[in-house]
Design a protein around this ligand. Structure first.
Ligand code: B12
Ligand code: SF4
Length: 580
C-alpha cells in the first residue's frame, strides 16, 4: 500500500544483498538469497541446495516483518537436529529489539541459535570464530555450540545468544547474553562489492523449495529494476523520534566517490541496472563531501561512456541541507539525480524542528523542480495536527495543498509511531499511548509501519486513520492527474502524472488494508500497552558487569502503578537500561 507500493517488491533490499556479497567474497559462494516478497511459500524445512540441507540458515528482518521472520525460524527448527543448519537472525529488528527474536511477553518463540546485532563484518567475525573450532567433517552448527560453550563468542561485539538447557535443542533460552554494541565500519569502501549479491537471488516462484539455479543475470533487471546502493550512512540532526544518529554512533560514514561510481557502472555492466536508490539517511548531510560525490558522478567515464548517460539515482535529504546546496543543484542533476525524498514531517516545524518552514520548504521544492529533480515530501501526521485549519498552515490538508503548489511530485504521510531505539519510545508506552488491541484484533508488528494508527492519545483515533486516507485522496486523484498531464512540459516531464497513477492504485490498497482498522477504532473497545516490549528471559552482558546495551528499555512507573502491575511484568524486565 502507499507510500511504499512497488518499492517493497521491485527493489531487492540492500541488507540481504550485502550479506550475500559478504558470503561470496569470503568464499561461501554456494549461498541463495530468498525474498519472501517474491517467494511467499518458501519453507526452510524443505530447502536443499545442490541436494543438501545448507549449513547455515539466516533470516533478515525489520521490526514490522518479524512475525513472518519468526515463522521461518520455527520452520527451520523442524529440520531434524542431525541436519539442522545453524540459524542466525539479523537486520534492523535485530539491531533494536533482538530479545524479541527469542521470546516476547505473549509467545514463547523457538528462536534462532544466535542473533547478529550488527553489520556484515560482525557476521564474518562470527563465522571466522566458528570455523576455527570446526573439526574436519563437523557441521557449522555443532562447531558453533562448542565455540559458544568456550566463551569465544564473547570477544565479538554485536551478538546475542541464548543460554540454557533447552537453548540447543529447542531454541528456548533461560537467559540471553549480549556481547555489546558492534564496532562500526568507518570506511565504507571496505564493504564487499554489491555485484556478487545479485548472483544469489532465488527466482520468484510459488514453490516451497529452492530452485535448481539462482536468478539469471539478465533477469535481475526485470524483477528488481531499482538497485539500492549504500552511499552514506548517518545524519547530523537528532530528531527525538528517529534512531538513526544513535545507530551510527553519531558518525557520518561514506563510500568514496570513485567507489560509488564504480558500483553503479559494474551493476550496469553485469545486470543492465540503470536506476539506483541511495540508502542514505541524509545524502546532503555534509556539503563538501556531497560535492565530492556529485562532481565525481558527473564526470565519471567508463570504457569511454559517461556514467551519467547510464545511471539515474535517487536519495533522501532534508530541506535545510537542500537550501545549503542550492547553488549546486544543477550539478546534482548532471550527476544523474532525478528525485529526492525530503523529510519535511511538518512544514510549520511545530512537531519537529530541523531547519524547515513553509517558506524554506517551498523554496527548496521550487529549486529542485527548476533543475529537473522531483521533490518527494515525507510528512508525519500526529495527534495535535487537525485535518484542516482555518487561516493557518497547521492542518494536514493545508500542508498537502502547500506542498502541491510548491511542486511536490509524490506524497508520503505516515502517522507518528514509536520507533525502537529512540528517546520517545519508552515514554510513549509508559504514557499508555500505544494500542495493543481494538475490538479483539491484536496490533501485530506489521501494523507498526506508520500506515496504521497504533499510538494516539486522541479521543477519536479513528479520525487520524481517516485523515491519512483523506490526505492521500486530496493529493492523488483524477483531477490532479489531469492537471499534471496538462502541465507536462516542465523539467520533471511526465513524472508527476505517472506518480498520480501509482498513487491512485496505492490508495485503493491503503483503503482496503486500513479501512477495517479505522472502523474498529471507531466502534470497538481499545486496549493499550502499559510498558514497552519486554524480554521474558533476562538479558545480561557477556562481562556480567556492564548493563546489556540491547536489553529492553527501562521505564519508570509511578509507585501506585508499579505495585498494580508487578504481577504482569517480570522483575528482571524493568532492571536493565538503555537502547542502542
Ligand atoms: C531504504 C529504506 C527503506 C526503503 C526500502 C526499499 C527496499 N526494497 O530496500 C523503503 C522506502 C521502502 C522503506 C520503507 C520502510 N522502512 Co525503511 N529504511 C530504509 C533505510 C533508509 C535503508 C535500508 C538499507 O537498505 N540499508 C542498507 C543496508 C545495507 O543496511 P541494513 O538493511 O541495515 O542491513 C545491514 C545490517 O542490518 C545487517 N543485516 C541485515 N540483514 C541481516 C541478516 C543477517 C543474518 C545478518 C547477520 C545481518 C544482517 O547487515 C546489513 C549489511 O550491513 C533504513 C535506514 C538505514 N539507513 O539503514 C530504513 C529502515 C530499515 N526502515 C525502517 C522502517 C520502520 C520502514 C517502514 C516501516 C516505514 C516507516 N514507518 O518508517 C517502511 C516499511 C516498508 C515495507 N513494507 O517493508 C526502519 C526499521 C526499524 C526497525 N526497527 O526494524 C529503518 C532502520 C529506519 C529507522 N531506523 O527508523 N525503507
Ligand atoms: S533528519 Fe531524518 S535521518 Fe536525520 S535525525 Fe531527523 S528523521 Fe532521522
Amino acid at each position: 500500500m502507499l507510500p511504499f507500493i512497488y518499492a517493497d517488491t521491485r527493489m531487492v533490499p540492500a541488507g540481504v544483498r550485502a550479506i550475500g556479497s559478504a558470503m561470496v567474497e569470503s568464499g561461501f559462494s554456494k549461498t541463495r538469497i530468498v525474498l519472501q516478497q517474491w517467494n511467499k511459500n518458501f519453507r526452510p524445512s524443505r530447502m536443499l541446495l545442490d541436494g543438501r540441507v545448507p549449513d547455515l540458515f539466516m533470516v533478515s528482518t525489520m521490526g514490522m516483518h518479524s512475525d513472518r521472520a519468526m515463522e521461518l525460524v520455527r520452520d527451520a527448527r523442524r529440520i531434524d537436529p542431525a541436519h539442522r543448519p545453524l540459524i542466525i537472525a539479523g537486520g534492523s529488528h535485530a539491531v533494536y529489539e533482538p530479545f524479541l527474536l527469542f521470546a516476547d511477553e505473549r509467545t514463547r518463540y523457538e528462536g534462532p541459535d544466535i542473533v547478529v546485532t550488527g553489520e556484515e563484518f560482525v557476521l564474518l567475525s562470527l563465522l571466522e570464530v566458528i570455523l576455527s573450532f570446526r573439526a574436519a567433517g563437523e557441521s557449522l552448527r555443532s562447531a558453533f555450540f562448542r565455540a559458544k560453550a568456550s566463551g569465544a563468542l564473547d570477544e565479538i561485539p554485536g551478538l546475542i545468544y541464548p543460554l540454557g538447557s533447552r537453548a540447543e535443542s529447542e531454541g528456548i533460552a533461560d537467559e540471553l547474553v549480549d556481547t555489546g554494541v558492534q564496532r562500526l565500519l568507518g570506511d565504507l569502501d571496505e564493504l564487499p562489492h554489491p555485484v556478487p549479491g545479485y548472483q544469489l537471488l532465488e527466482p520468484p516462484s510459488r514453490r516451497a523449495t529452492l530452485g535448481s539455479r539462482a536468478l539469471e543475470a539478465k533477469r535481475v533487471r526485470w524483477h528488481s529494476p531499482i538497485s539500492s546502493l549504500v552511499m552514506t550512512f548517518g545524519c547530523k540532526f537528532a530528531c527525538p523520534y528517529c534512531p538513526i544518529p544513535a545507530y551510527n554512533q553519531r558518525q557520518h560514514r561514506l563510500k568514496s566517490p570513485e567507489r560509488i561510481a564504480d558500483e553503479m557502472w559494474q551493476l550496469h555492466k553485469a545486470y543492465g541496472l540503470r536506476y539506483f536508490f541511495g540508502t542514505d539517511d541524509n545524502f546532503f548531510n555534509t556539503k563538501s563531501r556531497t560535492l565530492d560525490i556529485v562532481q565525481t558522478l558527473a564526470r565519471a567515464e567508463f570504457d569511454g561512456v559517461p556514467l551519467r548517460s547510464k545511471a539515474r539515482w535517487y536519495s533522501e535529504v532534508t530541506v535545510h541541507d537542500t537550501l545549503l546546496m542550492k547553488d549546486h543543484l544543477p550539478l546534482v542533476r548532471e550527476a544523474g539525480c532525478r528525485a529526492l525524498w525530503l523529510g519535511v514531517e511538518d512544514m510549520t516545524a511545530t512537531l519537529v524542528k530541523k531547519g524547515q518552514s513553509v517558506d524554506k520548504t517551498t523554496e527548496s521544492f521550487q529549486l529542485l523542480r527548476a533543475v529537473g529533480i522531483s521533490p518527494m515530501p515525507m510528512m508525519m501526521h500526529h495527534d495535535s495536527q487537525p485535518l484542516y485549519s482555518r487561516g493557518t498552515n497547521y492542518g494536514l490538508l493545508n500542508q498537502v495543498r502547500l506542498l502541491r503548489k510548491a511542486g511536490a511530485v509524490s506524497l508520503q504521510v505516515l502517522m507518528m509511531t514509536p520507533s525502537p531505539g529512540t528517546k520517545l519510545f519508552a515514554d510513549t508506552y509508559g504514557k499508555e499511548l500505544v494500542l495493543s488491541r481494538a475490538g479483539g484484533r491484536e496490533v501485530r508488528p506489521y501494523m507498526h509501519d506508520g500506515n496504521y494508527v497504533i499510538a494516539s492519545s486522541h479521543r477519536r483515533p479513528w479520525r487520524k486513520q481517516f485523515n491519512l486516507l483523506l490526505a492521500y485522496l486530496y493529493f492523488y486523484n483524477p483531477v490532479w492527474l489531469a492537471t499534471n498531464l496538462w502541465r507536462r512540459k516542465t523539467r520533471v516531464g511526465m513524472k508527476p502524472a505517472y506518480m498520480q497513477l501509482v498513487g491512485m492504485f496505492g490508495l485503493t490498497q491503503s483503503i482496503r488494508r486500513t479501512f477495517g482498522w479505522a472502523l474498529r477504532l471507531m466502534f470497538a473497545r481499545i486496549e493499550r500497552f502499559k510498558v514497552p516490549p519486554q524480554s521474558i528471559v533476562p538479558v545480561r552482558s557477556s562481562n556480567q558487569i556492564d548493563a546489556a546495551p540491547h536489553a529492553p528499555v527501562q521505564i519508570t512507573l509511578p509507585a501506585s502503578a508499579r505495585s498494580a502491575r508487578a504481577d504482569k511484568t517480570a522483575a528482571h524486565s524493568l532492571q536493565v537500561i538503555g537502547a542502542p
